[in-house]
Every structure is written in structure tokens, then in C-alpha cells.
Design a binder for this molecule. Structure first.
Ligand code: GTP
Ligand code: MG
Ligand code: NA
Length: 336
């Protein structure tokens, strides 16, 4: 069990970026499974949520820093689609999170939805770091499975490093054109003013330990107040759907507070608010994706932050409501 003296909730981190930069693959790499291959046309079409317990983060980062202090219970990662038609979902994802990862393909540099994502993050004043993904595609890259990026880079030939530095310099220039200073995180002397770049490969895992550790350490260092656990429920609805064996379910992200089985909730639909109660509180297994069909764990109560499937009675027409139009707020009354 993780020490949590400060009573912090798990930070919520949103992954954003242009289509096919490897957002879903990066998440798959962290968890060690492959959601991306189960997607229609390999395109993400819905917001996802995956919870990574601190124990797993420790395991993935121990080669980088064995004695890292993790003060948060875990990390909730929100996956968003990069396809241009899903601006609304990117906007919702970025509205939910405490911090974000902006994924850029090192072979492509900044692309239209990279810039759109960047503007969403700027607009909400959300801090983020940049994953410069697909480094394994540099010509002659020597794979160094799941290694910290520094170690992986030391194994590369001079030619690989020339290409890496050339592409990196171009991308830093492109960010500058967007009004942002960026730098490799291990060379960054002005954290907070200059945005951090972490080179990664979602295929062979280089840089993934760095990405995880930087995220968690940064969140617990700069967001103590924001991450302090509160009693007041803050919860956003992602989707309403029917799940075999569970009836109507509401997928939500619990941002703060705690939900209990039996609690009364008010979900604000398009035809006005609906009062209902939580019949079952379900989550996927740790490190599994909420939007992917699977088996669920039952809970008597759940503390934020978490991606949760709530089984509850809601009006029939909600089941057919498209994602873009579903009600998005959920209020809560504690059962007596
Ligand atoms: P959308 O959600 O549809 O916007 O895409 P995404 O950003 O989630 O990208 P996804 O994870 O679906 O990956 C797109 C393609 O790039 C897939 O074929 C992945 O296998 C491939 N890919 C992702 N990351 C890497 C990487 O680090 N290296 C290489 N070589 N391929 C990668
Ligand atoms: Mg995806
Ligand atoms: Na994709």
C-alpha cells in the first residue's frame, strides 16, 4: 500500500494529439495490453479512462529512480481521439483533467490536431508535457525495451543521434511558432516556463518510465491544493449504454469525492434532470480500459479519481443518445 499522508486523490491526466500519433498505443504500452488493435479502423472514437495504481507506476519506473516518492494513490489517464471530427471529445477530455500529455509523432512534427489540442490546453490553462513518440522509427534505432530514455539514447549510433537532433530541433522550432518554449526534459532548466519533451516509443517502451515519473512527480509537486481530496462529489458523464448483465450503465469520471452503492444521483438530461440511485458501482480491473468490454469489479464505495460504470435506471431514450449529446453532469446525494 502507498503512503498518502497528504490525503491526495489520483491526478487525472488526459492524452491528446493528432490522429495516429500513438496515444492509445502509449497507454497500451504502460498497461502491457493492446486496446488499439480492437478499435474500428484503429481510430479512437470515444473517451477512455484507465486507472494505474501507484504500485504499477513504481514498478515501471524503478529502473529510472528506485526510491521515487509517490504520494498519490495512482494516476487516472483519459484517452481522447485525435481524428478531426472529435473536437468535442477532446474538449471534454481536456476539461476533465489536471494535466495532460500532448503526443507528437517525431516523424511528422506538429499537425493540425496537435495545434488544436495545444489551444484547448492553453485556453484552460492546463499544464502538459510533450511525448515525442515513435523514436523507434528513426533509421537504425536500436531497441532497448522499456528503458529510461537516457539509457536508450546512449546505445544509439551517431547517425541515429544526428537524425534525432535534427527532428527535435525542427519540432522545438514549430512549438516556438506557436508561442511555446520547449526542451528535452532532462536538459530543461526552466521547468514551468519551458515545456518538457519526453522522447518515447509506444512499440518498444523507451522513455515510458520517464513519462510516468515526470507526470506523477510534477503533479504531486505543483498541484497539492488541487489534488487534495474533498468530500464534495465532482463527476462527469461520458456515456450511457446497456451492458449485458448490468442493464443501463452510465460511464463516468469521478473527479473528486466518493460515491457509494445506493447513493441517490441526479443526472441532468436534455429533457431535464432525472433522479435515480446507484444500483451497482463497477470499475474495470486496474490498468484496464473503461470503454472496452470486460469483467467488472463491484465496489461498495469508490474514491476519486476513477473511471466508473454506474448501473442505474435512466430513461430508455438515453440509451440511444449519441455521445455528443448526452447529459454531462451528475449530482449526488449521500444515502442516509
Ligand atoms: P487516434 O486515437 O485514432 O487519434 O490514434 P492514436 O493517437 O491513439 O494512435 P494509435 O495508438 O492508434 O497508433 C496509430 C498507429 O501508430 C498504430 O499503427 C500504432 O501501432 C502505431 N504506433 C503508435 N505508437 C508507435 C510508436 O511508438 N512507434 C511505432 N513505430 N509505431 C507506433
Ligand atoms: Mg487512440
Ligand atoms: Na489511431
Amino acid at each position: 500500500p502507498v503512503q498518502n499522508e497528504q490525503n491526495l486523490r489520483s491526478p487525472i491526466c488526459c492524452i491528446m494529439g493528432h490522429v495516429d500519433t500513438g496515444k492509445t498505443k502509449l497507454l497500451g504500452c504502460i498497461r502491457g495490453t493492446n486496446v488499439q488493435e480492437g478499435e474500428a479502423g484503429g481510430i479512437t472514437q470515444q473517451i477512455g479512462a484507465t486507472y494505474f495504481p501507484a504500485e504499477n507506476i513504481r514498478e515501471r519506473t524503478k529502473e529510472l529512480k528506485a526510491d521515487a516518492k509517490l504520494n498519490v494513490p495512482g494516476l487516472l489517464v483519459i484517452d481522447t481521439p485525435g481524428h478531426e471530427s472529435f473536437t468535442n471529445l477532446r474538449s471534454r477530455g481536456s476539461g476533465l483533467c489536471d494535466l495532460a500529455i500532448l503526443v507528437v509523432d517525431i516523424m511528422h512534427g506538429l499537425e493540425p490536431q496537435t495545434i488544436e489540442s495545444l489551444n484547448l490546453l492553453k485556453m484552460r490553462n492546463t499544464d502538459f508535457l510533450i511525448a515525442l513518440n515513435k523514436v523507434d522509427r528513426l533509421y537504425g534505432w536500436k531497441s532497448c525495451r522499456n528503458a529510461p530514455i537516457g539509457k536508450a539514447i546512449r546505445q544509439q549510433s551517431k547517425d541515429v543521434m544526428i537524425e534525432f537532433n535534427m527532428r527535435l530541433t525542427q519540432i522545438i522550432t514549430q512549438f516556438k511558432e506557436q508561442g511555446l518554449n520547449t526542451e528535452l526534459y532532462y536538459k530543461n532548466k526552466e521547468m514551468g516556463e519551458t515545456y518538457n519533451i519526453v522522447p518515447t516509443s509506444a512499440i518498444s517502451g523507451e522513455g515510458v518510465p520517464d513519462l510516468l515519473l515526470l507526470l506523477v512527480q510534477w503533479a504531486q509537486k505543483t498541484m497539492i491544493k488541487r489534488l487534495t481530496y474533498s468530500e464534495e462529489v465532482q463527476c462527469t458523464v461520458l456515456e450511457v449504454k446497456v451492458v449485458e448483465g448490468h442493464g443501463t450503465t452510465i460511464d463516468v469520471v469521478l473527479v473528486n469525492g466518493v460515491l457509494h452503492e445506493g447513493d441517490q444521483i441526479v443526472v441532468c438530461g436534455m429533457q431535464g434532470p432525472v433522479v435515480t440511485s446507484i444500483r451497482a458501482l463497477l470499475t474495470p480491473h486496474p490498468m484496464r480500459e473503461l470503454r472496452v468490454k470486460g469483467t467488472y469489479l463491484h465496489h461498495k464505495e469508490i474514491k476519486a479519481a476513477q473511471g466508473i460504470k454506474i448501473a442505474a435506471q435512466v430513461p430508455v431514450q438515453w440509451k440511444k443518445t449519441e455521445t455528443t449529446k448526452i447529459p454531462i453532469t451528475l449530482q449526488h446525494m449521500r444515502k442516509k
